[in-house]
Design a protein around this ligand. Structure first.
Ligand SMILES: C[S@@+](CC[C@H](N)C(=O)[O-])C[C@H]1O[C@@H](n2cnc3c(N)ncnc32)[C@H](O)[C@@H]1O
Ligand code: SF4
Length: 444
């Protein structure tokens, strides 16, 4: 069923894979009789510095250059025009926004007034739920108290800071360009602000990282009053400094056994410090503080993606925008369709998707599956679930399913187990190149 001798490293970003040609006009226009919730994801593709591990869709720029300021202004105009175009297509009708996520790249690359203006714009143009989550990513390299205040004034409810580690040696290896003190200072500023929820990202499985160093970072997070921690295993992705070193056998990563031990030790430390794990990557100090956007992405919620390479899952279709930022801006300026790949999911594909992502959430509620499809999850995927249980990758009872630590470790392999046979082995499509050919995960 699934090879457990080694960890599947190809991260499952979305399902279905192998997207085809798709235009925004294909999004279902069937009128909805009742308001339904959606998320908005807005991509900011700029960073100050390229980290050694990252292959996200970013451009490295000098924030203070006049040409960069012009470019950013043009980009902000483009994403606003893109949002207005979604409105022209009447996607906003009967839709209430329950989550706005400004991600990247690095949203804190923008100036304080640009951040304020952007968040205010989205609130003015779309119908927001009173309790909508407004989440913004920031990097200590560009966060300052003026920006944090502007975010708070614009109603940001969750700030997520990329910390990765508090260990100075590791920050150097990861190419972050910030010191331990700068990480701590950014967190202190965020805690002193009116933004209620603070998340930080940490990475384990780093080159030469010890378990003790990882646990120390978790303890520092607790001491600083961080509400949520996203803990990711290092993914060595093509087109990164780490990947180049890996290919030359010059990247010394922990063994799989050490990596598993780090995961188990981290889970125990979080528990000891009062954090609960509510999905494969996220820990929270209080269930009331969990991130809405995670549910949206992994529990069949829908969202509209704005920006180059942004994905959307809206009205049963999954689609992706032009990857190249300059190309994206050009298309928006010309009023052209910036969607370049996608598909509308069949009922079977929706069920598979519910498993691919739903098992990441703790717990996976069987009742929810039944409510969505009118069938018991055991009748559709019973064999697979039993096999995973026999392998001690998950535990289940009549009500719910929960991955074990071993299940978390093998999450990508488990997800792929639920792919339909015709999608197995097919790579995730990131869109189309200018010459029309598909951009595949392995190209990055
Ligand atoms: C868009 S960044 C967060 C905001 C900001 N750009 C920063 O880095 O501070 C998203 C997060 O994804 C995680 N990430 C990105 N590439 C990763 C990789 N190759 N392996 C593990 N985590 C990764 C990092 O924890 C990072 O903070
Ligand atoms: S980790 Fe964040 S700051 Fe570093 S390159 Fe990726 S998006 Fe930019």
């Amino acid at each position: 069923m699934l090879n457990l001798d080694t960890v599947e490293r190809d991260y499952v970003r979305w399902y279905p894979t192998a997207l085809g040609a798709f235009a925004e006009g294909e999004v279902e226009r069937a009128p909805s009789t009742r308001p339904f919730s959606t998320g908005l994801y807005v991509h900011i593709p700029y960073c100050d510095k390229k980290c050694s591990f990252c292959n996200y869709n970013v451009q490295i720029k000098n924030r203070n250059d006049d040409s960069t300021r012009d470019l950013v202004r043009t980009y902000i105009r483009a994403i606003k025009d893109h949002a207005l175009r979604c409105k022209e297509l009447r996607w906003h009708e009967n839709v209430r926004v329950d989550s706005l996520y400004l991600g990247g790249g690095t949203p804190s690359f923008l100036k304080a007034e640009e951040l304020f203006d952007l968040l205010t714009f989205f609130r003015a143009e779309f119908d927001f739920d009173d309790n909508a989550e407004v989440s913004v990513e920031g990097n200590p390299i560009s966060l300052d108290s003026e920006k944090i205040d502007a975010l708070a004034k614009a109603g940001t409810s969750r700030l997520s800071i990329g910390v990765q580690s508090f260990e100075p040696r590791l920050l150097e290896i990861l190419g972050r360009g910030v010191t331990q003190e700068e990480n701590i200072e950014a967190i202190r500023m965020a805690r002193a602000s009116h933004i209620p929820i603070l998340n930080i990202d940490l990475i384990y499985r780093n080159p030469s990282q010890s378990t003790e160093e990882l646990l120390e970072s978790i303890r520092i997070a607790r001491e600083l009053g961080v509400n949520q921690v996203s803990l990711y295993p290092l993914w060595v992705r093509p087109k990164t400094e780490f990947h180049n070193a890996f290919v030359k056998q010059k990247l010394s990563l922990p063994t799989e056994q050490d990596e598993f031990e780090q995961l188990v030790a981290a889970r125990a430390e979080f528990k000891r410090l009062g954090y609960e794990q509510y999905n494969v990557f996220d820990f929270v100090d209080d269930r009331a503080n969990i991130c809405v956007n995670t549910f949206l992405q992994w529990q069949d919620g829908e969202w509209i993606g704005i920006g180059p390479g942004a994905t959307s899952y809206f009205r049963g279709s999954f689609f992706i925008h032009t990857y190249d930022t300059a190309d994206y801006i050009r298309k928006i300026q010309r009023g052209e369709d910036s969607v370049n790949a996608g598909l509308t999911l069949s009922r079977q594909e929706r069920m598979e998707r519910t498993m691919v992502f739903g098992l990441r959430m703790f717990p996976f509620l069987k009742e929810r599956f039944f409510g969505q499809y009118g069938e018991r999850v055991e009748s559709v995927f019973g064999d697979k679930l039993r096999w995973l249980e026999d392998q001690e990758l998950l535990q289940q009872d009549a009500r719910e399913i929960r991955l074990t630590a071993r299940g978390i470790f093998h999450i990508n392999g488990i997800s792929k187990l639920f792919y339909s046979p015709n999608r197995k082995g097919s790579l995730q499509t990131l869109g189309r190149k200018k010459d029309g050919t598909l951009i595949l995960e392995r190209d990055f």
